[in-house]
Design a protein around this ligand. Structure first.
Ligand code: ZN
Length: 494
């Protein structure tokens, strides 16, 4: 939509956004505004009903400024985070009329509702920041040059607290946009090694440490799941390790984030059929979300705690070297797994990293994976399934998700189903023979590689928007990421 969005001088903006509630008079402070006439006209338009996201427009004849009045819904129901979608709608309008500068004047309306200015600014900043993302990178000469028509935008306005929030939101959107770009990149480019290059570049740009384990390093570390799942492809697997160190050095154990990074998933020899393979470039989205989170952690959140990211990157392909149904894999911790379905590869690579991270007794361990279709059947595209070994961690994640407008839904680690993955030939099977509770059974599988004392959470994410909505552009979505670093920010604040 926009080529870029940054904070700038907003006094002379050509596009001014004000707001009103559905069940309240236009805030009196707007009456004293230099653009009072146009504000009154915009708010008085019949389409300006005050319902969430509804827009009424008017021009200030003298200055030529376009005034847009957006609806905030009912006053009692309003939350600052609602601006993520409401401001995104106004931003789309600004793009449609080719505005180059936007000033937001939500203050008088926010005051009516007693809403927090900083939170509102953050939500608006995220909304506008996300509008600078596009998926035009692979449009060629035969397209209409949509990329060339985009222009830069400056935004500003509001008081000090709003402005601070705006800058924070814009920065967080940049991290989410990184996740989206990685997610969109097609599998002939985004190979495991390409993902490693992106991580290296991110580390260089933000002062983090990066190490990539491939070939003999993987053998030495005995990441047997990753080696087996990735061995059929000419794009060899790797494990990517990123580390953020806070300015104040501490010896406390780190928080660890793990991402499933399957750069392509054919299903392996248990091949995906009936065109079920299309879109499987998104099987790397757990890793893409973790890289976006590390970007935010290193540039914006800067928690007072070490944070380590581990990405299991591989391509699940087919060849005469492919691992097979009936194979038995022995893990570094001595646990053996019988492979019954090579399309259940995510859990095979995740448990390498879970076992590795768990051995170091992390402060908190979280993994993100596009793991099961069953989670989608249960919760649909908007809500990632979250499993947690400790109730306190679950509550903190649910709260943080709500605060960051990035909700998740807790599903149970129902011990009664644990026997479903028992194997006759090995310690366990990689799938259950029963076609039920697939997301729960996958989580129970992972749980066997984590000590009961470790605070562990597993996110089964969808990680993309299959429809275009304000604040949620179609394409890769950094699902559960904002909730996760909101939790880290609160938990490791000092
Ligand atoms: Zn699969």
């Amino acid at each position: 939509m926009f080529e870029s969005v940054r904070i700038g001088q907003a006094e002379k903006a050509e596009f001014v956004i004000v707001a009103k509630f559905a069940d309240a008079e236009l805030a009196p402070a707007y009456r004293k505004h230099a653009l009072a006439g146009a504000i009154k006209a915009a708010a008085g338009r019949p389409e300006s009903t005050g319902e969430p996201g509804r827009i009424g427009e008017a021009f200030d004849e003298r200055s030529g400024v376009r005034v847009v009045c957006v609806g905030l819904g009912k006053k009692k129901k309003f939350q600052p985070g609602d601006l993520r979608t409401i401001a995104a709608g106004a931003g789309r309008r600004a793009a449609a009329v080719k505005a180059r500068s936007v000033r937001m004047e939500f203050g008088p309306a926010l005051e009516q509702a007693g809403a927090d200015e900083a939170d509102a600014g953050r939500a608006a900043g995220e909304a506008f920041g996300l509008l600078s993302w596009n998926n035009l990178a692979f449009k060629g000469k035969a397209s209409d040059g949509a990329a060339a028509k985009r222009q830069p935008l400056t935004i500003g306005g509001g008081g000090k607290a709003f402005g601070k929030g705006l800058a924070l939101g814009l920065a967080l959107a940049e991290s989410a946009n990184l996740t989206r770009t990685l997610s969109e990149t097609p599998p002939n480019i985004a190979t495991p090694m390409w993902m490693a290059e992106q991580a290296r570049r991110l580390a260089n740009d933000t002062g983090m440490k990066c190490r990539v384990f491939a070939g003999q390093d993987l053998e030495r570390e005995r990441f047997t799941g990753l080696i087996n799942v990735g061995k059929a492809s000419e794009n060899k697997p790797c494990m990517i390790r990123l580390e953020y160190t806070p300015p104040k050095k501490s010896k406390q154990p780190p928080a660890v984030l793990i991402g499933k990074t399957m750069t392509y998933d054919t299903g392996g020899l248990s091949l995906k059929v009936n065109n079920g393979m299309v879109g499987m470039k998104r099987d790397k989205d757990g890793g893409c979300a973790v890289l976006g989170a590390m970007h935010a952690i290193a540039t914006t959140i800067r928690p007072n705690r070490r944070v380590v990211a581990l990405l299991a990157a591989a391509e699940n392909s087919i060849s005469d070297e492919a691992y097979r149904p009936d194979d038995v894999i022995t893990y570094r911790n001595g646990v053996t797994v019988e492979v019954t379905n090579t399309d259940a590869e995510g859990r095979l690579v995740l448990c390498d990293l879970l076992a590795d991270a768990d051995a170091d007794q992390p402060a908190v361990l979280m993994d993100f994976a596009t793991l099961t279709g069953a989670a989608r059947v249960a919760l649909g595209p908007d809500l990632p399934a979250m499993f947690a070994s400790h109730d306190g961690l679950a509550q903190a994640l649910l709260r943080a998700g709500e605060a960051a407008h990035d909700p998740c839904w807790r599903l149970p680690l129902w011990a009664g189903y644990a026997g479903w993955i028992d194997s006759k030939v090995a310690d366990m099977n990689n799938v259950s023979a029963r076609p039920m509770a697939g997301s729960i059974v996958a989580a129970l599988y992972l749980q066997r590689f984590v000590s009961p004392t470790t605070e562990w959470a597993h996110f089964d994410v969808y990680a993309w928007n299959d429809a275009d909505r304000p604040g949620r552009p179609e394409g890769g979505e950094a699902q559960a990421m904002r909730g996760c670093f909101e939790m880290l920010r609160t938990r490791f604040a000092d």
